[in-house]
Design a protein around this ligand. Structure first.
Ligand SMILES: [Zn+2]
Length: 61
C-alpha cells in the first residue's frame, strides 16, 4: 500500500499515509475541498490580522 498523497510507502503509524504531513494534507483537503495546504508550513502561527501599510502621500508645506 502506498500513500495516496505522495505515493511513498505507508507507515503503520500514519496509515494510510506515509507521514503525519501527508495525513494532514489529506485532512485539509477533506475539510476544505480543493484547498491545498502550503508544503512548508507545519504550524499555523495563529490569526494575524496585519493591517497592510498604506502609502501615505508626501506632506506638502
Ligand atoms: Zn505521503
Amino acid at each position: 500500500m502506498s500513500c495516496p498523497i505522495c505515493g511513498r510507502e505507508t507507515m503503520h503509524r500514519y496509515r494510510p499515509f506515509c507521514s503525519k504531513r501527508c495525513a494532514q494534507i489529506d485532512l485539509g483537503r477533506w475539510l476544505t475541498g480543493a484547498y491545498a495546504i502550503p508544503a512548508e508550513e507545519e504550524d499555523a502561527p495563529g490569526e494575524e490580522d496585519a493591517v497592510p501599510d498604506r502609502e501615505t502621500p508626501p506632506t506638502r508645506h
